[in-house]
Design a protein around this ligand. Structure first.
Ligand code: CP
Ligand code: NVA
Length: 335
């Protein structure tokens, strides 16, 4: 395709053309095949160093960056939410200029998108967004790879997102679908629809790609015929506990149940970025569940455990796609 992403930051899919996204998906599929066939890639970025900054907790994203970095021959430093001077004693601009001199790439998970944008502005090395309040772009590549593996295509796929569509997952899925020619529906109460300015921007991408964007309050209409039913937790990291009551009241009608899956149709798969509150086997799931008399939240345990659920295939793909992002932006595998 003649595409090079060497030196680029990875902050949101808005910054990438459909061809560039396709390039990263193809690289991820190639790297996944290599790994499955026992082909080592340690020479690709041997001896390079990356730093992973996590101001919020993580299982999948952190582990994916670490395993992917090691598989590519790199060394990793992990900075946990309390383990550095960032933000408390040192500005993002100063941190970026320090870390940019020591490392070949910087991952950041935290709060506002402007923080990761600032890091990228001041660091001379690629910066990768590992989740902000507004966007979760590495999750998007994993989701697109999973959808293609499971359904055989991206273009024309109908994806319905149920829940808080104004936050990182709703925003990012709308951008990804608009870029890749998919049919995106946000199925939620009106106040949870994405920001109108972002919708307008995505409508422009959709004109190019053939995507459509729909905003629907009615669950039966919003999920009918969907190929992918997607949801996320109702309260995200960093949000105050006080919002639980309102979210439960507003979003319980939008829980993914077997009725929702049946209404979508036999072709439909269920995806979730995880972690998920689908039972009482977590501290927060149990606490909130007991407080509000719920046994499950955004998805029923029945759907989560059903054959239509592909959430663990999706989780595995976080690693292969993050490997592709680091490899592409650090210039590995270029002729
Ligand atoms: N989906 C996701 O980002 O998971 P983690 O919070 O565990 O990284
Ligand atoms: N919306 C969730 C996504 C977690 C991967 C959060 O920000 O907590």
């Amino acid at each position: 395709m003649g595409i090079s992403l060497k030196g680029r930051d990875f902050l949101t899919l808005k910054d990438f053309t459909p061809d560039e996204i396709e390039y990263m998906l193809k690289l991820a599929a190639d790297l996944k095949a290599k790994e499955k066939n026992g082909i080592l890639t340690k020479e690709a970025l041997n001896g390079k160093n990356v730093v992973l900054i996590f101001e919020k907790t993580s299982t999948r994203t952190r582990c994916s960056f670490e395993v992917a970095a090691y598989d590519l021959g790199m060394n990793v430093t992990y900075l946990d939410p309390s383990g550095s001077q960032i933000g408390k004693k040192e500005s993002i601009a100063d941190t970026a200029r320090v870390l940019g001199r020591m490392y070949d790439g910087i991952e950041y998970r935290g709060y506002g998108q402007e923080i990761v944008e600032d890091l990228a502005k001041y660091a001379d090395v690629p910066v990768w967004n590992g989740l902000t309040n507004e966007y979760h772009p590495t999750q998007m590549l994993a989701d697109m790879l999973t959808i293609r593996e499971q359904l055989g295509r991206l273009k024309g796929v109908k994806l319905t997102y149920m829940g808080d569509a104004r936050y990182n997952m709703g925003n990012s899925l709308m951008v990804a679908c608009a870029k890749m020619g998919m049919h995106f529906t946000a199925c939620a109460p009106k106040k949870y629809f994405p920001d109108p300015a972002l919708i307008a921007q995505c409508e422009e991408y959709a004109k190019e790609s053939g995507a459509t964007l729909t905003f629907e309050e009615d669950v039966t209409r919003g999920t009918k015929g969907a190929d992918v039913i997607y949801t996320d937790v109702w309260v995200s990291m960093g949000e105050p506990e006080s919002v639980w009551e309102e979210r439960i009241s507003d979003l319980t009608p939008y829980r993914v149940t077997m009725d929702v899956m049946k209404n979508a149709g036999e072709q439909a798969i269920f995806l979730h970025c995880l972690p998920s509150y689908h039972d009482h086997k977590t501290i927060i799931g149990k606490q909130i569940g007991e407080l509000y008399g719920l046994t499950e939240m955004e998805v029923t345990d029945e759907v989560f455990e059903a054959p239509c659920s592909r959430v663990f295939e999706e989780a595995e793909n976080r690693m292969h796609t993050i490997k592709a992002v680091m490899a592409a932006t650090l210039g590995a595998f270029e002729e």
